[in-house]
Write a protein of this length. Sequence first.
Length: 561
Amino acid sequence: MRLGDVLVAKGIISQETLLDALARQREHQQQVLLGEVLVGMNACREEDITQALAEAYDLPFVRVSPKLADPKIVDVLPREFLEQYNVLPLFKVQGVLTVAVGEPTNFFLVEEIACRAGCQVQAVVSPEADIRAMLQSHLPSANVFVIDEIIDDVKDEDLTLAQQHVEEIGDLEQAATDSPVIKLVNYLLFHAVREGASDIHMEPGERTVRIRYRVDGQLYEKVRIPMHMHPAVLSRVKIMADLDIAERRMPQDGSIHVLLQGRPVDLRVSTICGKYGEKAVIRIIDNRHLLISLEKLGFAYETLREFRLETKKAGGMVLVSGPTGSGKTTTLYSVLQELNTDEKNICTIEDPIEFALPAINQFQVHSKIDLTFAIVLRSLLRQDPDIIMIGEIRDQTTATTAVQAALTGHLMLSTLHTTDAPSAVTRLLNLGIEPYLIAAALNGVLAQRLVRKICPNCKESCEPADHIKRLMADVGIELTTTYRGKGCTKCRKSGFAGRIGLFELLIPDSEMRDMITRVVSLSDLRDKALQRGMITLRRDGYAKVKSGITTVEEVLSATAV
């Protein structure tokens, strides 16, 4: 029987209502389902439609619940597949898998489930809203965290909570046996560090708390925990970060210091109140990622040679520009490592201090006591520095003091938020610095971005598309083969593992300094830099595509021109 006939036979709708709904469906050229039209007319409920569909296709109708579903059978199908098609494996008896579906008219879906599960499938019909609620809230899977069933694979690792700059205050391995909440936080921190995550996001929702890791610049969901555990988990994080657990409305910031297998890992904690509770983000600062030699960052040979020459001058200003998360601090730390000798007094001004650099004087600004970049910098100039690194030039006072220091024999290193290297000049002009001072002080500007590298474990060659060949040919690069990652367990099926930098280096010559003094337009300055041989971010990315390091899509998404 057809859906409409079933609804009429059951007395849910009248024949006139059915004819009216069919007429409205024809107005939409059959692009909407009859059930959707009836629900939109308030002629019946979605549950009525589902029951009628079950009867029309001679299938059982069930209301799914945690008691009906076997938690151990849900992972027989990938979580992404379940959520995409809104289906729910319920139980398996004598080799037959019973699956709840919301749309029984899709016969190919049942065949696909049988193929993926490798067994016979019996479909039952259930309201789509019930299936979705079960997937999101109740059933354990790779994405839903069940505290009683966690696999404690941290026990063999030396993961220690350390008090800032003083001493160890407890072994998390031992503490994990004392409380499920401590065990959970221990699990999240350990796996985030092990997987190379840069951030942990704890995001409360209506029923669950989503935990996501940012790896290689991309967020992916790690686990979900029940909403009732959120206050306890967040309080544990606050205690570790020395925050006020009673304060839930105002944003708070703190830090956690951890020793993982004997090496330090710093964690920055930020909390802010949202619709469903406090959201927390934990920034992971791992010295393995910060203390890297310049050769390993991804510089082209000639770009690195020229950049090193500018950073080894006795005075002047070298700027690194790019958006947040583009690796500017890592680049500057790598420069400081190279310049660090017993003959040099190197000082940094940061907010906050990202990582403790051996034999380098580091100072942190404190906005609460009005200890700003400019104030610390003026005081630091009386400390006989040779090289000064400023975390970021944010205001006119800091910029003016930094330029004056660069002109009086100090090497100034700092960052700016600009889209490319020539835009750094415009940014300094907007901060109120005189053009002739910029022209005299600026040694060079390095713009950079980060792109994901193709996973070496699943890397494969492929024929580039015609439009990609034309795109590369326009810049003089002949591309016959490209590479991509198929996706494997080591890269979480993403096809990428790790990141590499794209770099654009502007070194002003005498003619360009005259142009800066005359305050020419940004486009004229950029054109002159290109004439002088500046390699743009995108062109540097294309070279890495040709070398099989990354993909064209990654380069296009990270660069503007």
